[in-house]
Design a protein around this ligand. Structure first.
Ligand code: G3H
Ligand code: 13P
Ligand code: NA
Ligand code: ZN
Length: 328
């Protein structure tokens, strides 16, 4: 059944586990996530970006998720709008049947200007009023997602500037988080604690703590009833990079967030863990390998089934590692 993010994460908080939120765009991705959840009895967060709606088309996305709920009626599913850029995008998602929306008002807030902060509060508060009236949950974002290694704001900063942000500018401030939650009423909050979007998070193999775990704890202590969200949580499996490179792909040396570090984040209060890149890597790696090793094959289902299998295994590993397995 479809449930709200608030319902799903309240259970996770009560039982001390984290839930991966996987991005969906295609039927194969939805099937892989649902099969993996069924394999290990995990609740599910399916999240769709504006780009996903553009790729699949709103009716396809909506009906594919309905089909998933029909096929796996015993699995609790939250359908979440990822990175809604405006109240209008969130409104559209609510109309489309989403049970949770993210109002990402943090873009103008990047440099922590008062105007940016006020804008973020205003638009987020507006979405909370509209969403809560119909039982839909809201995720807000405060701070600027970016790697602590590079001081780079990842894909959130269109300037392409490197190393321009200090460690403090890259981390969400606990006092501001408390103020933001009090003034908006969000159910969940995306925090900047050292992660960034995409495959290129760290240029060196992580050695020791790569996230600001102490900051997660400090924020969680200030807003214990607001569920913390970690964006940019792909682990960028080296095995998949090697398979991609061995089959004609070219991806330069790069590292993600170690799964053990995410587990430490969950122990300190993180509940929703956003993953898109890892599924992209597993699917494109398995597609490349399947197409190169079976040159006589031309039935796309043979290739796509490999990609679904690879994504399913990856999702199952995350459900198990984050503790949501067995909780459905
Ligand atoms: O945070 C961004 C997600 O990875 C979604 O990416 O906008 O390319 O669908 P997308
Ligand atoms: P990754 O790029 O690390 O998979 O993060 C995805 C994300 O945060 C979607 O909102
Ligand atoms: Na989100
Ligand atoms: Zn994100």
């Amino acid at each position: 059944a479809l449930i709200s993010l608030r319902q799903l994460l309240d259970h996770a908080a009560d039982h001390g586990y984290g839930v991966p939120a996987f991005n969906i765009n295609t039927m194969e991705q939805i099937q892989a996530i649902m099969q993996a959840a069924d394999d290990c009895a995990s609740p599910v967060i399916l999240q769709a970006s504006a780009g996903a709606r553009k790729y699949a088309g709103e009716p396809f996305l909506r009906h594919m998720v309905q089909a998933a709920v029909e096929m796996w009626p015993h699995i609790p599913v939250c359908l979440h709008q990822d990175h809604g850029a405006s109240p209008a995008v969130c409104q559209q998602a609510i109309r489309s049947g989403f049970t949770s929306v993210m109002m990402d008002g943090s873009l103008l807030d990047d440099m922590k200007t008062p105007a940016g902060y006020d804008y973020n509060i205003r638009v987020t508060r507006q979405v909370v009023e509209q969403a809560h009236a119909v039982g839909v949950s809201v995720e807000g974002e405060l701070g600027c997602l970016g790697s602590l290694e590079t001081g780079r704001a990842g894909e959130e900063d269109g300037s392409g500037a490197v190393g321009t942000l200090s460690r403090d500018q890259l981390l969400t401030d606990p006092e501001q988080a408390a103020d933001f939650v009090a003034r908006t009423g969000v159910d969940a909050l995306a925090i900047a604690i050292g992660t960034s979007h995409g495959a290129y998070k760290f240029s060196r193999r992580p050695d020791g703590e790569v996230l600001a775990i102490g900051r997660i704890r400090a924020i969680h202590d200030r807003i214990p009833d607001t569920h913390l969200v970690m964006h940019g949580s792909s682990s960028v499996p080296q095995e998949w990079l090697e398979i991609i490179r061995a089959h004609g792909g070219s991806i330069r040396e790069t590292y993600g967030v170690p799964v053990e570090e995410i587990r430490e984040g969950i122990r300190n209060g993180v509940r929703k863990v956003n993953i898109d890149t890892d599924i992209r890597l597993a699917m494109s790696g398995s597609l490349r390998r399947a197409m190169m090793t079976r040159p006589e094959e031309f039935d796309p289902r043979k290739f796509l089934a490999e990609a679904t299998r690879a994504a399913r295994m990856l999702c199952r590993e995350r459900f198990e590692a984050f503790g949501s397995a067995g909780q459905a």
